[in-house]
Design a protein around this ligand. Structure first.
Ligand SMILES: C[S@@+](CC[C@H](N)C(=O)[O-])C[C@H]1O[C@@H](n2cnc3c(N)ncnc32)[C@H](O)[C@@H]1O
Length: 359
């Protein structure tokens, strides 16, 4: 069966910006890689997979601050054409106040980053934060003859192979666009290295709460029978080793200059612990747990929503009912997360951070 290209972006109406505190922390953890760059007085910076721009804008601001007075900067914001660019455009006004001595040209580039996005040799600094783990194609669906575990095993292997191929393609395309001596800075989700803080279990409980919520809605007939089977955003994790393996296949276009791993927590967990410290009141503790559940469910749904709704409609859900059922699903998932003990555990993601030099 032919695989379709992934064309779905994050949840619109600014929902991703409002629910991406964890990705914002990943952006902050990448900042050391943006320091000490040798920039010309006319520079072009491109964010590949910028979404609605909250994290992107902060990186662009810092890059512009490194330019000499009276420099010119072209800031390019790339994402899939289905991205909510309207929310991003509202933030672009702020680029005018980055630095009055510098001329700023903000541009949007709606295109897949698995295509050419920029003309050859025009980019000084390219960056891709929490974005290149998105695969080019939608993974194949489960065959009716396959068991669920067999399917999951096969899908993981297929995604690993696809991620390797996609990363080589991404590096070659960016290798054409970035000037010699230019940089590509990446933050990408990586496999969880250990579970000493319970984050593997916390992440698992969050995903289970979402699938439990869909089960409840299927049982009550509000969702079609197969409504959870195809809800899998097409992404895969990367490691320093998988990056090196891909770089090795780009005919010496790139060299990895710097790399480090970090655990990036969801900020709502720490916020809950801080609030609970201030009181012994059991009811207040429970309400802080519910707030934590609400934040992490809204966070995961800001990514999953388009994939869920598309699948539900394909399975027969009336489009007019989609938003209402989705809200019900979100509310149920929040309750399930607390009920399963998820609120006692952190939700967090390991990340790999890299700076590559264009040779
Ligand atoms: C999790 S968001 C990260 C957004 C932002 N960089 C941040 O750090 O918060 C991933 C983004 O990658 C985009 N994306 C996925 N596949 C893409 C592709 N092939 N081309 C361009 N953007 C893509 C998605 O649409 C989404 O906006």
């Amino acid at each position: 069966m032919a695989q379709a290209a992934n064309t779905l972006a994050m949840a619109g109406d600014n929902a991703y910006n409002e629910n991406s505190g964890q990705q914002y922390l990943a952006m902050e953890a990448s900042i050391p890689l943006f320091e000490g760059l040798n920039l010309e007085t006319k520079a072009t910076f491109v964010d590949y997979g910028c979404s609605q721009g909250a994290a992107s804008m902060e990186v662009m601001r810092r890059l512009v601050s490194q330019l000499l007075p009276h420099s010119e900067a072209t800031l390019v914001f790339n994402d899939l054409p289905s991205n909510d660019f309207n929310s991003l455009i509202k933030l672009l006004l702020a680029t005018g106040s980055f630095d009055s001595t510098k001329t700023i040209y903000p541009c949007i580039a709606p295109n897949s980053f698995y295509n050419h996005v920029m003309p050859e040799c025009t980019v000084d600094i390219a960056f891709a934060l929490s974005s290149i783990h998105w695969l080019r194609q939608i993974p194949l669906p489960k065959e009716p003859t396959e068991g669920f575990e067999e399917y999951l095993r096969k899908r993981t292997n297929r995604n690993a192979a696809a991620a390797h191929k996609d990363l080589i393609e991404f590096l070659k395309l960016r290798g054409r666009e970035v000037k010699p001596g230019g940089k590509l800075i990446v933050a990408a989700p990586s496999p969880c290295a250990d579970n000493t803080d319970g984050r593997i279990a916390g992440n698992e409980k969050l995903r289970c709460a979402l699938f439990q919520a869909m089960d409840i809605l299927m049982d009550s007939g509000k969702l079609p029978p197969n409504a959870s089977a195809g809800v899998y955003p097409p992404n895969h994790v990367h490691t320093q080793q998988s990056f090196q393996a891909a770089v090795n296949e780009t005919e010496a276009m790139w060299v990895i200059e710097k790399a480090y791993d970090r655990v990036i927590p969801h900020p709502a967990y720490q916020a809950m612990l801080e609030s609970q410290k201030g009181t012994q009141d059991i009811e207040l503790h429970k309400s802080f747990e519910r707030e934590y559940a609400s934040d992490v469910v809204d966070w995961i749904l800001a990514v999953f929503k388009p994939f869920m709704q598309k699948w539900w409609v394909e399975q027969g859900l009336d489009e007019g009912l989609c938003e209402g059922v989705f809200q019900e699903c979100a509310d149920l998932a929040k309750v399930e997360f607390v009920k399963s003990g998820g609120a006692a555990l952190p939700v967090a993601q390991d990340f790999v951070f890299l700076r590559l030099n264009r040779c």
